[in-house]
Design a protein around this ligand. Structure first.
Ligand code: FAD
Length: 324
């Protein structure tokens, strides 16, 4: 294959998101010898520092400095990217809310193939790229062969590729601002609304006891709370628990909740959806308790316990307290 590979770098507060290093690994699965180009859009202030940070990992960095893309406005970014990306390029994006917003329209404008939420790449064979997606909440793997002769836009599920932390590149930064041209912004950025921190800040905790729908009843939260106290941690949860108003939003882990980096993550009655696990970073020791031995969470857990979560929580609390 002769396609050039691009990775779109999302960033916050002048720092590249975790996906920046994961996309390098995804690109290497397409072509281990690829000279991958990172594309960084933003404006002023932190942009040069950010490009330098990215250049430690990518051999080429394209900088697009434009006030209309100071915030991650996918419509505006798409308008600039189509002016600089080659039609036969392979563009990797994180499969997050931003990537899902940017990807479809970009593939249409570039007239290229589009594959979403990719969890594995099995390499390219001529003009065919072999990718793997998950269906039915992770219970089924689907092999998707993608024709890359006229390029492709691929969204990659966060957390599924090992980040390449080698920082072995000393990339060349190329300013593509004028080539990217300008856009007429139809969507306007208004303000950033920071999420509430709540009673506890789960993003700072080393031990999280996380509960999901398998808890069954709000009353069972007490048992889980006791276990978290015995373990010296705090209780976090999946989205259905917040939707049921059993816990505050600030305790929700996941793509639409908080990103956590504990040392130990005890997931109880949680199936392991990618939206939930997408919020669990930093490679913690994961213990999953679930009464269904086929629950997808067991694919990522270091230790799996097939058991009723409430009974298990009571027994474990008792054992820990005995040992203390
Ligand atoms: P379920 O998927 O219903 O799983 C419950 C599990 O409990 C099952 O595996 C079951 O076997 C097990 N179980 C049942 N009874 C017991 C028992 N007695 N003992 C032990 N195990 C038991 N979800 C999030 O968590 N965070 C997010 O940020 C998030 N963002 C989302 C954003 C979008 C745009 C969308 C569409 C969805 C999002 N979701 C999010 C929802 C997500 O797709 C899943 O629906 C959700 O994570 C499922 O939560 P769960 O694992 O608790 O419930």
């Amino acid at each position: 294959m002769s396609n050039q590979i691009f990775a779109y770098i999302t960033h916050h507060g002048g720092k590249a998101d975790d996906s920046a290093l994961e996309l390098i690994s995804a690109a290497k699965k397409i072509d281990p010898e690829a000279k991958v180009t990172a594309v960084v859009c933003g404006s002023g202030g932190d942009l040069d520092g950010l490009c330098q940070e990215v250049a430690a990992s990518y051999p080429v960095v394209w900088k697009i400095d434009n006030p209309d893309v100071a915030y991650p406005n996918a419509e505006n970014i798409r308008g600039l990217l189509v002016n600089v990306l080659p039609k036969e390029g392979i563009v990797l994006l994180p499969h997050d809310t931003f990537g899902m917003d940017l990807g479809p329209g970009l593939s249409i404008k570039l007239d290229s193939a589009y594959v979403t939420d990719v969890v594995a790449i099995e390499g390219a064979d001529g003009d065919t790229l072999k990718t793997v997606r998950q269906e039915f909440g992770g219970q089924v793997h689907t092999h998707v062969n993608c024709d890359i002769a006229s390029g492709a836009v691929i969204t990659v599920r966060p957390g599924t590729f090992q980040p390449d932390e080698s920082k072995s590149a000393s990339g060349q930064i190329e300013d593509k601002t004028s080539e990217a041209g300008s856009v007429e912004a139809k969507r306007k950025f208004l303000e950033v609304l920071e999420a509430e921190i709540g009673e506890v800040d789960i993003t700072k905790e080393d031990v999280l006891v996380s509960v999901g729908r398998g808890i069954g009843d709000e009353e069972n939260l007490e048992v889980v709370q006791e276990l978290a106290e015995a373990m010296g941690g705090v209780v976090s949860c999946s989205r259905p628990i917040v939707d049921a108003k059993w816990m505050e939003k600030a305790r929700q882990v996941g793509t639409s909740g908080k990103t956590v980096k504990p040392k130990v993550y005890l997931a109880m009655g949680i199936s392991g959806s990618f939206q939930h696990m997408g919020g669990v970073k930093g490679n913690p020791f994961i213990v999953a308790v679930n009464n269904n031995p086929k629950a997808p969470i067991f694919q990522v857990a270091d230790v799996g316990v097939v058991e009723d979560m409430v009974e298990f929580a009571e027994e474990l609390t008792e054992k820990i307290n005995e040992l203390k």
